[in-house]
Design a protein around this ligand. Structure first.
Ligand SMILES: [Zn+2]
Length: 337
């Protein structure tokens, strides 16, 4: 079976000088030259049905997005999040691409998937677009998976920012677990370790000090992610794949390298193989260094297709902080030992 892929660069969703722009996709090219090219199935997708968007967002919120586009270009929140005349259409297309990938994996047509889409989604809350995000693509995909009969879904979010919108969507949904690693003290300000006491072992937030990198992620993968997945036994993994956690990202200061992304993706693919019959869908979130978005996506696709990682070394020059105490506390708080 193949790895499903879509690429939806949304060139009309563009605001001069804003980091979330179509240039993020400029190095996501030359797929035919990749050693795993024959293992990819490029899907054509259609815009998401409004009823699909409404499984996460209120009709009022969807109408507000469409209305804002009529007076575009416009700034709709302080992040700042912008809309152009085509942004609503672009957001429907992005969600549609993620749904096509998810459907292909749910039906067994493809083994796993990566949806390269923008605008991103994980900050978008049920009632509001925010944080460069219009519709919450990964949350909409999780709703589809539940509707099609899966009992448990887990969303793993390694974007450098906390996915407040995803957390808000599933705050009271026992069938969806959410695990987020993110840099502490930055936008949007949520994602504290003890933020969801009603959902211990289900909503798991691990804020990280600046310059946490490959070493930290290797430890937290083994000591938090593995026991969490083992405990939850999800039927599918959805991944909010944000490559702003690369140390060269211009917006944030986490310390992952490209091999770090590969190792993390490989662990996720292996976990999906063990617990989810292989079912895993990666969804692009942030990442503002185009070359590092491309090398990060490539690393994930190598993990998804079973290809060897590229000989590439771009290690962070910053020393990492020891987060042993933090991990111990997280394990205690969520009962993960
Ligand atoms: Zn981000």
């Amino acid at each position: 079976m193949s790895t499903a892929v879509v690429s939806i660069p949304s060139p009309g969703h563009y605001y001069p000088g804003h980091p979330e722009d179509p240039a993020r996709f400029s190095d996501l090219v030359n797929w035919d030259l990749k050693p795993y090219a024959h293992k990819l199935e490029w899907l054509t997708s259609t815009p998401a049905d409004p009823a699909r968007i409404a499984t996460v967002h209120s009709h009022k919120m969807i109408a507000e997005v469409e209305k804002a586009c009529l007076r575009a270009p416009a700034i709709i929140d302080y992040a700042p999040t912008y809309v152009t005349q085509s942004s609503a259409r672009d957001a429907f297309n992005a969600a549609g691409g993620v749904l096509a990938c998810t459907q292909a994996v749910l039906s067994g047509q493809d083994r796993n998937a990566f949806a390269m889409i923008r605008p991103p989604g994980h900050h978008a809350e049920p009632e509001a677009a925010m944080g460069f995000c219009i519709f919450n693509n990964v949350a909409i995909a999780a709703r589809l998976a539940l509707e099609q009969g899966l009992g448990q879904v887990m969303i793993v979010d390694f974007d450098a920012h906390h996915g407040n919108g995803t957390q808000a969507t599933f705050w009271q949904e026992p069938r969806v677990a959410y695990f987020s690693t993110h840099q502490e003290g930055i936008y949007p300000g949520s994602g504290h370790m003890e933020e969801a006491p009603h959902a211990r072992g289900r909503i798991v937030n691990l804020p990280l000090p600046a310059y946490s990198g490959d070493q930290t992620f290797s430890v937290l993968t083994q000591e938090v992610l593995f026991p969490l997945v083992e405990q939850r036994r999800p039927d599918m993994l959805l991944v909010s794949a944000g490559f702003d956690s690369h140390w060269q990202d211009p917006l944030t200061n986490l310390g992952l390298s490209t091999p770090g992304f590969y190792n993390l993706a490989l662990c996720l693919v292996e976990l999906a193989g063990t617990y989810c019959n292989g079912k895993i869908v990666f969804v692009l979130e942030g990442g503002y260094h185009p070359q590092k978005v491309a090398s990060g996506v490539d690393a994930c696709l190598r993990a998804l297709t079973g290809e060897e990682p590229e000989e590439m070394s771009d290690p962070s020059p910053y020393p990492e902080t020891d987060i042993r105490d933090r991990i111990n506390h997280l394990q205690d708080w969520h009962g993960l030992k």
